[in-house]
Design a protein around this ligand. Structure first.
Ligand code: FES
Ligand code: FES
Length: 136
């Protein structure tokens, strides 16, 4: 694990906070039990494709979850929904290096929140369910 990258991301997390104009939001875990990650996504059109314009997050997980979420919100920018769905937890936290076994779940929480947000947008577009609204 890259401790310098971890400390830097914890000290200065990017894209932290609710996004008011998001197209979709996804949450995993529960703030009641301590571990929770919520991720917001906004899309834009670029070269005829819909790509991720920006992403933000909130986390009540540990510091590793905050660092991974910060990395993930930067790495998915400019990707299509499908490209972002294909990214594994280790790809989303690549700058941190491999997470120690105790911290793998933190990366998986971020991956889960991201996929929930990507799926929420899909559900909204297909008209299957009502769009998920942030409930902060
Ligand atoms: Fe349920 Fe943590 S105990 S998500
Ligand atoms: Fe549970 Fe990191 S989010 S220990």
């Amino acid at each position: 694990m890259n401790e310098d990258a971890l400390q830097q991301a914890i000290a200065n997390p990017q894209n932290l906070g609710e996004m008011k104009d998001a197209d979709a939001v996804g949450t995993v875990g529960s703030p009641d039990c301590g571990d929770m990650v919520r991720m917001w996504i906004k899309y834009k059109e670029k070269d005829g494709k819909k790509v991720i314009d920006k992403a933000s997050f909130q986390s009540f997980g540990c510091q590793t979850a905050i660092a991974v979420a910060s990395m993930a919100t930067q790495l998915i920018k400019g990707k299509t929904r499908e490209e972002a769905l294909d990214m594994s937890a280790s790809e989303l936290s690549a700058p941190l290096g491999p997470l120690p076994p105790m911290k793998i779940h933190c990366g998986q929480m971020v991956e889960g929140a991201l996929k929930a947000a990507l799926d929420a947008e899909n559900a909204e577009r297909s008209g299957v369910t009502a769009p998920v609204k942030p409930e902060v």
